[in-house]
Design a protein around this ligand. Structure first.
Ligand SMILES: *Cc1c(COP(=O)(O)O)cnc(C)c1O
Length: 356
């Protein structure tokens, strides 16, 4: 028998969530599959959506080249654009679209020999102030791009800093800054949180990521409310069951003491698999179909769960850490992080099992 820990990937749910994004408006939807498809497998995600995605978005040219190497034919946008002249040439050769967020990238382009035109998306900062040119510098950048016969200005894009928050005032302000402007090409603004909130009137291309995997970034809207279905289910099993007396402590640091005589189930998963070490006592874990609570500290290979109320639980009983039964957003919140990080940190030790 092998270790029971595994991540099931239900690709039909990725397609379901993609269609949910599509339903919002008639806009085009570029599926964001950077960072190995948020830990789900970038090429597997692209293949699962190859019949329907309008395009894909990744962080860097290396990721785009990997998709082209795997035979993906759809448009691909690189969100950070080219890092140097050589990447401009690679983008041109492989028909990869590039964000342009800084004048340095146009200098690099001038040093490149393009074999074909490159479609570019001008990235404007409307309040995020991470990547992007200032709104007031956009007209000059647009003129420079349009005067370059090797480049085609495809869209103007911007990214939201707070669209996940229940207080939507700064989100609305960023939308207004972008839509009040007269642009010569159409806009791409929405991330998942903005898509879940209905998108932006007048934009042409939305760029959802996390919602495609079945998780809601919005603090006031759950994935279930948004009609999303989890792609990943992280499973393991009990490898030990034993009883402790009231007052006995469990695990490193003796951080949890049994408030009553209790039964403890030991699950074969830990931070060595990517389960968050900061998940506190009380984090939901489903054991044999029943909702239980993690108790004590998360170790590298194991966690301990209070299964006193699951008398039928045995060594070998199935455990779900997140997925269909346990909301990853709840686990992430309790662990002081976001689902994005939990997905991305799942380690190579966990076998991925592909389901239809
Ligand atoms: C990652 C990213 C997205 C997708 O964000 P989600 O919150 O996962 O939907 C969209 N646009 C840009 C520029 C990004 O970097």
């Amino acid at each position: 028998m092998t270790r029971p820990t595994r991540a099931l990937l239900k690709w039909s749910n990725l397609r379901h969530n993609y269609r949910k994004a599509r339903e919002v408006t008639s806009h085009e939807v570029y599926a964001v599959i950077k960072s190995d498809g948020y830990g789900h497998g970038m090429v597997a995600c692209a293949n699962a959506l190859s019949g329907e995605a309008d395009g894909f978005a990744v962080a860097c040219v290396d990721e785009a080249l990997k998709l082209r190497g795997a035979g993906i034919r759809q448009p691909i946008l690189v969100l950070e654009g080219a890092y140097d002249a050589e990447e401009w040439e690679q983008a041109s050769e492989h028909h990869i679209q590039l964000a342009v967020h800084h004048p340095q990238q146009l200098k690099d382009r001038a040093a490149a020999e393009l074999s074909d035109e490159v479609a570019v998306w001008l990235k404007v900062s409307s309040g995020m102030n991470r990547l992007g040119v200032k709104l007031e510098d956009a007209p000059e950048m647009i003129a420079r791009i349009r005067n370059d016969r090797g480049l085609i200005l495809r869209h103007v894009m911007s990214h939201f800093a707070t669209s996940d928050e229940a207080d939507t005032s700064f989100y609305e302000e960023q939308k207004r800054r972008m839509t009040d402007h007269a642009w010569p090409v159409s806009l791409s603004l929405s991330n998942s949180a903005s898509v879940i909130r209905g998108g932006v009137t007048g934009e042409k291309v939305m760029r959802p990521g996390i919602m495609l995997y079945g998780s809601s970034p919005c603090e006031d809207i759950t994935a279930r409310d948004a009609g999303l279905k989890p792609v990943m289910t992280l499973q393991s099993a009990l490898i030990s069951v034993h009883d402790v007396k009231a007052g006995d402590t469990v695990g490193y640091g003796c951080t949890w003491a049994a408030p009553r005589n209790s039964r403890i189930g030991v699950v074969a998963i830990g931070y060595g698999d990517g389960y968050p070490r900061h998940a506190p006592t009380g984090t939901p874990v489903n054991v044999a179909g029943k909702l239980c609570q993690l108790v004590g500290r998360v170790s590298m290979d194991m966690i301990t769960v209070d299964i006193t109320d699951v008398p039928e639980a045995r060594i070998g009983s199935p455990v779900e850490l997140w997925g269909e039964l346990v909301d990853i957003d709840e686990v992430a919140r309790l662990a002081g992080t976001i689902s994005y990080e939990l997905y991305c940190r799942l380690t190579q030790r966990v076998p991925r099992i592909n389901l239809q």
